[in-house]
Design a protein around this ligand. Structure first.
Ligand code: SF4
Length: 86
């Protein structure tokens, strides 16, 4: 095991191949970048069924993605998670 970064799909977050399996690419991308105060429920629901959720979240955390829903978490939730694990 190398740092536990390999998700169930066998891909690593560094491997951009995971993005080809991104479920959100087949849905409305705007749902993932809602206006401030807009609903994130629909995007999070899609993430729940996405097989590369772990890779996506680790990518977002590793690249300090500030905007949008990544790996089922909102900006605020990712900030909170980052504080917990750093
Ligand atoms: S976890 Fe969500 S944001 Fe990430 S690729 Fe999957 S559907 Fe898209």
């Amino acid at each position: 095991m190398t740092g536990g970064l390999t998700g169930l799909s066998g891909l690593t977050p560094e491997d951009p191949g995971w993005q080809e399996l991104a479920l959100c690419a087949q849905t409305d991308p705007e749902a993932f970048f809602p206006e401030k105060g807009g609903s994130t429920r629909e995007a999070k629901r899609v993430c729940q069924s996405c097989e590369v959720r772990q890779e996506c979240l680790e990518y977002a955390l590793g690249n300090d993605e500030r905007f949008g829903i990544w790996g089922g978490l909102s900006e605020r939730e990712r900030r909170r998670l980052k504080r917990r694990i750093s």
